[in-house]
Design a protein around this ligand. Structure first.
Ligand SMILES: Nc1ncnc2c1ncn2[C@@H]1O[C@H](COP(=O)(O)OP(=O)(O)OP(=O)(O)O)[C@@H](O)[C@H]1O
Length: 613
């Protein structure tokens, strides 16, 4: 046995400070503007900290951001807790450690935003020099100035004391000097900080950029219950600040539910959408600070016509505070928003019929898709939505006749369409978004029959079989069929002697077997589809249903049985078939010419031959 002693060495991981600072300050954030948000957020937290810690504190909370274009500086002032000399070393100048996190660990319901101990570093993205002047409320007789060019080294010097608080001055790099413009700062910060709870002023302005509190907080803070109409008006005004493309039709309140604390408003966009259009737009505020104005993944996929602004205190941001961790809180929020939206749509339908009609009108197609994603939505929408049919858009109840619903899966017009135009029955257009799954669910719920025309199952329900001898069947095939499969049947209306129906399943099989289908479909999907089409036997891609309810067909059948010659009549019928097929793009130009020629010939020889000369 080998008894070698293995020496185990333990070392501290070395950190290359320069490299780490480069990554943290330059590459953590997607846009340098985020640095301003981080500094305002620190100012906010400092005010909260002072309120929490200073007993009998009677200070006026204020954050003020001022740009100075001449000096190319931006100053962020706050009247918060400030820092002692020791705290500057321990928290401001230590990467990854912040006092805010410690405070949050004691009590996380205080509204503090910071947690990573990284945000201050982002100031080095914008600035070639960062200067801080601070006085802590704990040591009001001391003032300190911190200075650093890159965050890697810094200087601290004693300075005159100031009112407790913290002022950071960024001497901007040339490429960011344009930011030292107060109107621009007002726009940028107005976007990020509109829901922040401490007042933020820009330049010399006496009006805080966040002076308007969001409607849901007004409800909470005020004892007065607003008239619903007035509330809706306020909500829409507020929503319009976040919805750039569409005007909101109406808003839906989101209140905390389940494990989510999310609160805010969603709205339905005014502007017709297609079923597949995705205009979801969600601004998410975390602890009062805009985290993401493209947080639409939190909304259900079917809600392509919905916008919203919501806030939460429990979601977990990523370290750059530009995205969210996909944790339990995230999924609870997703769930709460979907539930709130479904409930809100239900209340809209019940309490505001005029607005509900507008919503249906604008988003009928998208709502068809939504209805098949959720039972409750289906229940809400099933009788109000319109189905596109051969006779225009109509509710499903009008589509139902003799307890059957007809749907045409294919896109092109066909003989079936003509069949139903003749009988006056509307046929749903199955190629349109969500129509077939919606009708399937509707049919199951109301125990109606859904007939999908063109599939073998569908055709069997439409055309009943008629028995004739094999010899006669053979004769009919010879007289009327080209490359169609011949089916002897009975159907309405009797005035139609036959129809040519494409076999959609065979069409699908042929399409899948084409090379270009391979390129468009993923291999897995293609394999599944092929498994299905293998079961479709090699048949003709068209079927000719000969109608034994039709008087001409019946008369011709009787003649054949009596051995009479009916060649001319059969030729006429066949030409009629080709002409109708051509109109529906089911026969080619040569056949069409031939058919017209036949008719001319028959008329000439049968009716005019003796009289013409
Ligand atoms: N304006 C300020 N007033 C008082 N203390 C401040 C101020 N700005 C920063 N600090 C202190 O410096 C610490 C580090 O700040 P930094 O922005 O790097 O991280 P953070 O705010 O704690 O967390 P995050 O990275 O999530 O923003 C803070 O926790 C706080 O203790």
């Amino acid at each position: 046995m080998d008894n070698k002693i293995v020496a185990i060495e333990q070392h501290d991981t070395a950190v290359n400070l320069h490299g780490l600072m480069q990554v943290l300050s330059k590459h953590l954030y997607s846009t340098p503007i985020v640095a301003l948000r981080e500094l305002v957020q620190n100012a906010h937290d400092a005010i909260v900290r002072r309120r929490l810690e200073e007993i009998n504190s009677a200070f006026t909370p204020e954050i003020r951001v001022t740009g100075n274009p001449q000096n190319k500086t931006i100053t962020i002032y706050d009247s918060g807790a400030g820092l002692t000399k020791h705290e500057i070393h321990e928290f401001l100048a230590t990467v990854g450690i912040g006092y805010t996190r410690q405070l949050r660990q004691e009590d996380d319901d205080t509204g503090l935003i910071g947690m990573f101990g990284l945000g201050f570093l982002s100031s080095f993205v914008l600035a070639e020099q960062v200067t801080v002047h601070t006085t802590s409320w704990k040591t009001p007789q001391e003032g300190w100035v911190y200075r650093s060019d890159n965050g890697e080294t810094y200087r601290i010097e004693s300075a005159l004391p100031r009112e407790p608080g913290f002022t950071v001055t960024l001497s901007l790099k040339d490429e960011f000097s344009y930011l030292a413009d107060n109107p621009l700062l007002e726009t940028l910060l107005g976007r990020y900080c509109v829901l922040m709870r401490e007042p933020l002023f820009v330049g010399q302005s006496e009006t805080a950029v966040n002076h308007l509190s969001p409607p849901w907080r007004r409800d909470h803070d005020s004892a007065v219950i607003l008239h619903p109409g007035l509330r809706q008006k306020q909500n829409i005004e507020f929503a319009s600040r976040f919805e750039r493309t569409f005007t909101p039709i109406c808003t839906i309140d989101i209140t905390p539910s389940g494990k989510s604390d999310v609160v805010g408003i969603l709205w339905i966009q005014d502007g017709a959408t297609y079923g597949t259009s995705d205009n979801r737009n969600l601004s998410l505020f975390l602890r009062g600070m805009l985290l993401d104005d493209q947080a639409h993944d939190l909304l259900p996929l079917w809600a392509g016509f919905v916008g919203g602004v919501v806030e939460s205190n429990i979601l977990t941001p990523t370290a750059n505070r530009e995205d969210l961790q996909r944790d339990d809180a995230y999924f609870a929020t997703q769930h709460a928003l979907a539930e709130g939206l479904i409930k809100g749509l239900g209340e809209l339908a019940k309490n505001q019929p005029a607005i509900w009609r507008r919503v249906l009108l604008r988003h009928n197609e998208a709502l068809l898709g939504a209805a098949i994603c959720d039972e409750r939505l289906f229940d809400l929408l099933k009788d109000d939505l319109l189905i596109p049919t051969s006779k225009g858009d109509i509710p499903v109840s009008h589509l139902r006749q003799q307890n059957t619903l007809l749907v045409m899966p294919g896109e092109e017009s066909s003989f079936e369409e003509m069949l139903f135009r003749l009988s006056g029955r509307p046929v749903a257009l199955g190629h349109r978004y969500a129509v077939i799954p919606f009708l399937r669910r509707w049919a199951t719920l109301y125990s109606a029959r859904l007939i999908e025309i063109g599939t073998s199952g569908g055709n069997q329900s439409l055309f009943s079989c008629h028995e004739i001898s094999q010899q006669e069947e053979q004769w009919w095939r010879e007289q009327l069929a080209d490359d169609e499969e011949c089916v002897i049947s009975r159907f309405e209306p009797a005035v139609l002697p036959f129809v040519v129906v494409p076999n959609r399943e065979v069409e699908l099989k042929q399409r899948l077997e084409q090379d270009d289908a391979d390129r468009r479909m993923s291999t897995a999907a293609l394999m599944l589809a092929r498994q299905f089409t293998q079961r479709i036997s090699e048949q003709s891609d068209k079927q000719l249903y000969i109608n034994f309810n039709n008087p001409t067909i019946k008369a011709l059948s009787a003649s054949w049985q009596n051995g009479k010659h009916t060649d001319v009549a059969c030729q006429l019928l066949k030409s009629l078939k080709v002409i109708l097929s051509f109109q529906l793009q089911r026969s080619g130009p040569n056949d069409f010419h031939q058919a017209l020629d036949n008719i001319n010939q028959i008329i000439m020889t049968q009716f005019l031959a003796n009289k013409g000369e």
